[in-house]
Design a protein around this ligand. Structure first.
Ligand code: FAD
Length: 416
């Protein structure tokens, strides 16, 4: 059996459903087939921390994210998905790093982002739950979080109400002009969008396109702050210093016996948290990527049983009040997924090189915040609408430029 559509989208994560919404609702292309064997938004897109920010280390990323945030602000007029502007608060106890904040703030200004840098006294006055060792902070204002799953479901419903079809199959073949599904049927379409999240590399190779992507495992823990240590109106709060966890001698011995030397040495920066849910919710979500684990995506995820404890100890350095939980950890739930990314941590958006095949891939740890801007850009490529200045920075063909290739390793990736 062969169906036809104007556009086939492979993958119904936030990348795919956002593309369907933009094409159907904002560009009036209503003959769309979204193909995914899983229920929409359930592989990676419902595991995210759901945060957004315009704070990125280079102009194309700032421009793309700013466009995305503009669109989210527009959509928030149409539906409630809890878009807030709580901001991102980067905190340090090191004077040198505090001075780096000042330098960063001045170059960010050139990119159009205006963060606020505060010394110890001003930071502690506003956020008294932080450690007294705080030397200062940098606050990113155009930042916060939202309920990405609610937004994704709404975008999908809107696209479907305009005629988009959701087809519960796996794509097993991709060629210019059509895709083959695992039930032997095919869909012919002028445009095919590859939005397969952590499986993008495999789906790209079905189309004969080699995608420069790799995947890192990232975990997240939600814990029940039943003692109310974290104020419900706290921003996304990020510790910017390396640290050592202060284990007791017995704990050190036990960890050594368990082969967990990774928890005994200097641990990386960016241990962070944010409140989850409304004012009466006790939940807080927290992340700390100390594993640095690049791997082929596989499920179920390999979960570190010590993750909740390590994260709680890391957070206690920044928020000493959380020490109340060290004797007995509160109820917690761990999940996570993969950051599938390019070396310089910029997504792949636009033509893939093969006729009529487009990419929405490499969404890394920013896929929720970028999905609207990326879908908007993709729709411009597909419909031949004018494309913005930043478009070239996200094409796969950027890697054909030898100068770009040599600069890739020196580009800052800006990822938390
Ligand atoms: C712990 C964690 C925290 C994060 N925090 C944030 C955050 O705060 N802010 C932010 O912006 N981002 C965050 N992210 C990143 C964000 O979640 C991802 O970038 C985003 O969800 C990726 O969306 P996607 O649609 O590309 O992929 P997915 O959601 O994985 O969707 C891909 C879909 O493609 C389908 N698919 C794959 N192969 C095929 C095939 N052959 N045929 C048909 N369908 C196929 C899959 O079944 C899947 O449904 C976080 C990620 C993690 C893991």
């Amino acid at each position: 059996m062969t169906r036809t559509a104007d556009v086939v989208i492979v993958g119904a994560g936030i990348a795919g459903v956002s593309a369907a919404y933009h094409l159907a609702v904002r560009h009036d292309i209503t003959s769309i087939a979204i193909v995914d064997p899983l229920p929409p938004l359930t592989l990676t897109s419902d595991k995210s921390t759901e945060c957004y920010r315009d704070w990125w280390p280079n102009k194309p990323m700032v421009d793309l994210m700013s466009r995305s945030i503009d669109i989210y602000e527009e959509l928030a007029q149409l539906t409630d998905f809890g878009l807030n502007r709580r901001g991102y608060l980067f905190v340090t106890a090191e004077e040198d790093r505090y001075r780096e904040f000042e330098t960063q703030a001045s170059w960010a200004g050139e990119l159009g982002v205006v963060p606020r840098v505060n010394g110890a006294a001003a930071t502690m006055k506003k956020y008294p739950f932080l450690t007294e060792a705080t030397a200062g902070s940098l606050f990113v204002e155009r930042a916060g979080w939202f309920r990405a799953q609610d937004l994704g479901q709404w975008m999908l419903d809107e696209a479907r109400s305009r005629g988009a079809d959701l087809i519960p199959n796996r794509v097993v073949g991709v060629q210019p002009g059509s895709v083959t599904l695992d039930d032997g049927s095919s869909i012919s379409a002028e445009s095919i969008v590859l939005a397969a999240g952590p499986l993008s590399k495999a789906v790209g190779s079905m189309a004969g396109v080699e995608l420069p992507l790799f995947s890192e495992l990232h975990l997240k823990v939600a814990f029940k702050d039943h003692l109310g240590i974290i104020p419900r109106d706290a921003p996304m709060t990020i510790w910017n210093d390396e640290q050592r966890i202060s284990w007791s001698d017995e704990e050190r011995e036990a960890l050594t016996e368990m082969g967990r030397q990774d928890l005994l040495g200097v641990m990386p920066i960016f241990c962070h948290f944010r409140p989850e849910g409304g004012d009466d919710s006790p939940w807080v979500v927290a992340l700390w990527e100390y594993h640095d684990q690049v791997m082929e995506p596989s499920w179920p995820l390999p979960v570190d049983p010590l993750y909740p404890e390590a994260v709680m100890r890391g957070l206690t350095t920044m928020v000493p009040g959380l020490g109340a939980y060290l004797d007995r950890l509160p109820e917690s739930v761990v999940d996570g997924g993969y950051y599938t990314k390019t070396a310089e941590n910029r997504p792949l958006i636009g033509p893939a090189g093969a006729e009529g095949i487009y990419l929405l891939a490499g969404y890394s740890g920013f896929g929720v915040m970028v999905s609207a801007g990326a879908a908007d850009l993709l729709a411009s490529h597909i419909t031949g609408s004018p494309i913005p200045d930043y478009a070239d920075a996200f094409l796969l063909s950027r890697y054909d430029d030898p100068e770009y290739l040599t600069s890739v390793s020196s580009l800052e990736d800006g990822q938390l």
